[in-house]
Ligand binder design. Structure first.
Ligand SMILES: [Zn+2]
Length: 419
């Protein structure tokens, strides 16, 4: 029987190649993908998949990569499983000219990043570094993010695909590979062709510490408050003018400071968070995101926000308000509970890779939240990424290798469990 072992220097080299390609997405763009440059990486991935012998690998016009590894099992009814990660990096931090650095044999000394000496990676701030003593880690150089979110997922899936293609003794059903653009701006699935994908169950490779398996995400809504003021010539405005900008500021001021905000909540607590404010004296708009694990609580947060805003606006004669809630994504747990084998097999695969399973909830969403509701139940598996969306982002090479081994085991488990 083939030993499932991923070559660490190969996966490190692959990962460092991918992070050098700038794929930052843009929340202000209305195109698909939001930035054309994401296709540079998508195209490379499609070509590399073809070189591995995966014949149907292709990038579509929207920058999605689809590929199929055919079954090599005699069993006919093995569910089709899909592995997914995203090519884009977050708009929060520059992704231009990323210079990955491989630090061999980590020894717990502080790592000062060469392009900005104020960026210091220390085990005091990031205790998970201690799990990598004597191992290799990868950082950026100080002026950009690293892009482990989610180029580690790409490297993990690509390395596993190479292993599967080169080791026919690994028995598996049909495996689908999906790489998406624009996950970081919440549009990772907007142009996804589920029929073309043709998978029954999926796994995103977009998680943190080794062993983590996430089957629960926030429920997420967006809320928009539009304040209509009353406009008048400012020289003759006495007792007439209501300045929408000031009303908007008052609404923000009326939000609680010690609860209900991301800066003061953790674990299972939800929040309301203003993310954008713009306008003129006549009309101002505030955009919020609303998050909670529980759907009823999510609805209550929206109603409470509505009440706070209305209460402020009602103090101003002639002013009015428009309030809208838009659904963003839903907690995947509701769907995954209907298919318990999906997460259970992942847990078994992590164990076979020699790691302890940590089942966790994500205080955010992944493409998996949306995919689960689009008919593809899809928990999230670790890749090892740490300090994401920041200049201090880093990843341990052994974690990526373990993630790749996990998904190879996972393919085999789906085959074994099918009669
Ligand atoms: Zn991600």
């Amino acid at each position: 029987m083939t030993e499932i072992k991923i070559n660490k220097s190969a996966i490190a080299e692959r990962f460092m190649r991918y992070v050098k390609i700038d794929t930052q997405s843009d929340p202000q763009s209305n195109t698909h993908p939001s930035t054309e440059k994401q296709k540079n990486l998508s195209l490379l991935l499609a070509q590399e998949l073809k070189l591995l012998g995966i014949k149907d690998a292709e990038m579509d016009e929207f920058g999605y990569v689809y590929a199929t590894i055919p079954s090599n099992s005699e069993k006919k009814d093995i569910p089709v499983i899909c592995f997914c990660s995203h090519v884009d990096t977050a708009p929060d931090c520059s992704g231009y000219n990323v210079k990955p650095i491989l630090h061999k044999n980590y020894d717990e000394e502080d790592i000062i990043l060469p392009d900005d000496h104020s960026q210091v990676l220390s085990a005091v701030a990031q205790p998970y570094l201690r799990e990598h003593l004597g191992e290799d880690i990868i950082t950026a150089s100080g002026h950009t993010l690293l892009g482990a979110d989610d180029k580690s997922g790409l490297a993990v899936i690509m390395q596993a695909a190479e292993f599967i293609m080169n080791n026919p003794s690994v028995t598996h059903g049909v495996i689908k590979i999906l790489f998406t653009p624009d996950e970081e701006i919440g549009k990772g699935t907007s142009k996804l062709d589920m029929k073309k994908l043709g998978a029954d169950f999926g796994y995103t490779l977009d998680g943190g510490e080794a062993g983590s398996l996430e089957d629960e995400t926030f429920n997420a809504d967006g809320a928009t408050v539009v304040v209509n003021g009353v406009i008048a010539h400012p020289g003759y405005a006495k007792n007439k003018l209501v300045n929408a900008l000031k009303v908007a500021a008052e609404i923000l001021h009326a939000l609680p400071g010690s609860e209900w905000a991301p800066e003061v909540t953790e674990e299972k607590e939800g929040f309301v968070h203003p993310v954008r404010l713009d306008g003129i004296a006549e009309r101002a708009t505030i955009e919020f995101i609303i998050r909670d694990f529980d759907l009823d609580n999510l609805k209550e947060h929206g109603e409470r926000l509505h009440g706070i805003a209305e209460n402020v606006v009602n103090h101003y004669r002639g002013a009015s308000m428009e309030f809208t809630i838009t659904e963003q994504y839903r907690n995947m747990k509701g769907i995954l509970d209907e298919h318990p084998q999906v997460a259970a097999y992942a847990a078994e695969a992590i164990t076979r890779a020699g790691i302890d399973v940590k089942t966790e909830s994500i205080r955010g969403g992944t493409d998996g939240s949306k995919l689960s509701y689009m008919g593809l139940p899809c928990p999230n598996i670790f890749t090892g990424m740490q300090g994401i969306h920041s200049k201090l982002e880093w990843i341990g090479v052994k974690d990526m290798a373990k993630a790749a081994e996990t998904i190879i085991h996972l393919c085999m488990i789906w085959e074994e469990e099918t009669t």
